[in-house]
Design a protein around this ligand. Structure first.
Ligand SMILES: Nc1ncnc2c1ncn2[C@@H]1O[C@H](COP(=O)(O)OP(=O)(O)OP(=O)(O)O)[C@@H](O)[C@H]1O
Length: 241
């Protein structure tokens, strides 16, 4: 069980509330789509869940343990459990897919490891296993710069998992991808939820959220407008976002 209560984020010189008193309660293994207009706070919410943006106020618990009590960023232990996938994943384009997976993501692995690229042999096997699972074994030794957008997204997902992610916050993971790559990335994320009990929270267009997610959160002006599970949205609900 993952619980968020009274999450607020205040930002800018005018101290505007960009996330306003959000309460969430969800289980491991859920795939949650986040929808809402531009500027409504979707990315900020995801970054808060992944501990990449400081919380102004709020309480956050993961399996009953406190992640954040009253504001702040949370501990580094939880930063490796919670991954944040950007729209265009920040991979080192000169390095191979495998090396990118091994070195890890900023915020998820230590800076020494990222700087030195130090690797243990059991990490190597784990990374190859993960790449194979996502159909990327033949790309392991290809430079990230030569991979397609969908392949880069899947490398970023592998990287998060190899470094222990239990919750993946994916910010528009399929933007700019064609239909085939979109399906591949979303199927990969869905399988993580059903097979491995990872939790995915992804900003998606509404039609894809309805197709792939088990639950949808509608955000507007920093507030959770609705939380829908197991059915499509009504016209009235669609108008609220
Ligand atoms: N660090 C910050 N300082 C001030 N304002 C911010 C900051 N970060 C975000 N905002 C503002 O907060 C609001 C929500 O931003 P956010 O990026 O979370 O929205 P979004 O729903 O993801 O938007 P989009 O769909 O366009 O990506 C926006 O008005 C944005 O300008």
């Amino acid at each position: 069980m993952i619980e968020v209560s009274q999450l607020s984020v205040v930002a800018g010189a005018d101290k505007r509330k960009i996330i306003d008193q959000v309460h969430l309660r969800f289980e491991q293994g859920e795939m949650i789509g986040v929808v809402g207009p531009s500027g409504s706070g979707k990315s900020t919410l995801l970054r808060c869940l992944a501990l990449r943006t400081p919380w102004t106020t709020g309480r956050y618990t993961f399996e009953g343990k406190e992640v954040i009590k009253s504001g702040g960023r949370g501990s580094s232990e939880y930063r490796s459990k919670f991954a944040y996938l950007e729209q265009s994943p920040e991979l080192n384009l000169q390095k191979t897919a495998l090396k990118n997976v091994l070195i890890g993501q900023a915020g998820q692995t230590s800076w020494i490891r990222r700087l030195t690229g130090s690797i243990r042999s059991d990490d190597y096997m784990g990374a190859m296993d993960e790449l194979e699972k996502f159909g990327l074994l033949d790309k392991a030794h290809v430079q990230a710069g030569k991979l397609s957008g969908g392949e880069r997204q899947r490398v970023a997902i592998c990287r998060a998992l190899v470094h222990g992610a239990k919750l993946i916050a994916a910010d528009e993971p399929v933007i700019g991808l064609d239909k085939y790559a979109t399906e591949k990335v979303l199927t990969t994320l869905k399988e993580l939820c059903t097979n491995d009990k990872s939790t995915v929270v992804a900003v998606l267009p509404l039609e894809l959220a309805e197709q792939y997610c088990t639950r949808i959160w509608g955000i507007n002006e920093g507030r959770l407008q609705w939380d829908i599970k197991g059915r499509r949205l009504t016209q009235e609900e669609k108008q609220l976002i």
